[in-house]
Design a protein around this ligand. Structure first.
Ligand code: GAP
Length: 452
């Protein structure tokens, strides 16, 4: 199944046209697998992170945060197994020399029909050199996952925060992978952001927490507006598990891409793999990170870890796809919009770049002054746009297209109170287009009641 109502190209166009996401350094032709986030994209991404941090870190009394280094000691990647195992099988065309992931090519080259060379392994970690001498001893890596920062800080975080298993460490940050075939816009890129939790548990509790995190992650997307029928859970077969994983379930989204259902995020039971590896390598004892698991403190075990791992970019793509609606002929019969195509982005209010837009009916100075004052009253609480350019119908459509849930219109009745009580504005709901009159002094309470 795919979400047939919308294509990736429609989202690419909207993202560029309205300032969400641009090809990186577009003036030089872009750069494969890298993207720049524009003003509205920054807001969308911040809102996704904020919602996740609130629901999975702040609301839990045993999850704390970390912000580790993107480039860390290269030993980390040797010990974690990434130097050896973080590889993709790659095939190359003998004629045009284009490269593909081996599992994406059945026979001849998809680009020129040429014969393919035998598959070889390719490590997808980006290399860099640290310090002024580019000798091999200076080789370091850009982290391909945020998780390892958490494992190597396990003892420091546990001790400084006086934590007892079960507890979690959460991190949001950039990750880098030299993907052989980046593609489908931000679905698979070479630089992206991850939100990960490593939740350390007693080994006999691992399965319980694994199931709970799968369910909580799945429900989180539904809570933020993704249609339930566009989401499913897919447990991995043994043969496809990552080198560290005892069990993994993907939450998949019905992406409109060739293969349809595809991984939105993964939840893994990494067992005690990482802590044992680092225990052995750093402390000479694979049980170095064992912690008390009963009340007496005598029985010690290396904790198991459950890892919900999500790419923010991929989540943003799913939120945009699921929110996107094209209305042929427009939604109103009273403006020139009839027979045009209108786009409405039904983003959840918590994710929308702007919660509200303030629109003075005209550019008359007294209307603009009142409208600016309203925007300033709301800005300490929510992200608020101000737009005075163009007809009111066009301005509504501009806001619908970027997902602004509420438009506040300031008109002559706001100042003169002829058809409506003095000091009121009209608030238009993006999805229903219904309008309500609300006194200016009640606006903060009105939005608090609507948004929580
Ligand atoms: N620490 C575990 C881990 O990194 P993963 O399945 O390789 O697991 C987790 O990645 C998530 O990161 C994926 O579900 C996806 O959302 C995101 N992700 C991975 N590679 C990506 C890429 N090249 N571009 C965008 N997002 C990516």
């Amino acid at each position: 199944m795919t979400n047939p109502a919308v294509s990736i190209e429609q989202i690419v166009n909207l993202a560029k046209r309205r300032g969400f996401i641009f090809p990186t350094a577009e003036i030089y032709g872009g750069y494969g697998g890298f993207w720049d986030w524009g003003p509205l994209g920054v807001k969308l991404k911040e809102n996704i992170k904020h919602a996740w941090w609130g629901d999975f870190v702040l609301e839990w009394d045993d999850v704390v945060g970390l912000d580790g280094a993107i480039i860390t000691n290269p030993r980390v990647w040797e010990v974690s197994g990434h130097t050896k195992n973080f590889i993709d099988a790659m095939v190359e065309c003998t004629k045009c020399h284009h490269r593909f992931k081996a599992d994406e090519v059945k026979a001849d080259c998809p680009d020129c029909g040429g014969q393919m060379m035998a598959a070889r392994n390719f490590n997808t970690m980006f290399k860099t050199a640290v310090g002024p001498v580019e000798a091999s001893a200076a080789t370091a890596f850009l982290r391909p996952e945020t998780a390892q920062n958490i494992f190597v800080n396990f003892d420091l975080v546990r001790d400084t925060m006086r934590l007892k298993v079960p507890f979690g460490i959460a991190q949001i940050g950039k990750a880098f992978r030299n993907e052989i075939t980046p593609g489908n816009f931000i679905f698979r890129s070479r630089e992206f952001e991850q939100m990960e939790i490593e939740y350390f548990v007693q080994p006999d509790q691992a399965d319980k927490y694994y199931r709970e995190f799968v369910e909580a992650s799945h429900q989180w997307f539904i809570k933020l507006g993704i249609k339930a029928e566009h989401l499913r859970q897919r447990p991995h077969k043994k043969s496809e598990l990552s080198h560290y994983s005892a069990a993994t379930t993907d939450v998949e989204y019905a992406f409109p891409i060739e293969k349809g259902w595809a991984e939105l995020m993964g939840i893994a039971n990494r067992a005690d793999y990482d802590l044992r590896q680092h225990g052995q390598a750093a402390r000479g004892d694979e049980r170095a990170f064992a912690v008390p698991i009963d009340e007496t403190g005598k029985i010690k075990e290396v904790p198991y870890v459950i890892e919900p791992s999500m790419g923010i970019d991929r989540a943003a793509l799913a939120f945009l796809l699921d929110a996107y609606e094209v209305v042929k002929g427009g939604r109103t019969t009273t403006t020139e919009s009839i027979k045009e195509e209108e786009v409405v982005l039904h983003l959840h209010p918590k994710l929308a770049p702007y919660t509200a837009a303030v629109l003075p009916l005209s550019k008359k100075p007294n209307l603009e002054k009142a409208a600016h004052a309203i925007a300033q009253t709301l800005r300490p609480h929510w992200s608020v746009d101000y737009d005075a350019a163009g007809s009111i119908g066009k301005r509504y459509r501009r806001q619908d297209e970027i997902g602004t849930p509420f438009c506040i219109t300031v008109d002559f009745d706001t100042l003169e109170g002829v058809k409506r009580p003095l000091g009121t504005v009209t608030i238009r709901d993006r999805d229903t287009m219904k309008q309500e009159n609300v006194p200016i002094e009640s606006l903060v309470d009105y939005f608090r009641a609507k948004l929580g």
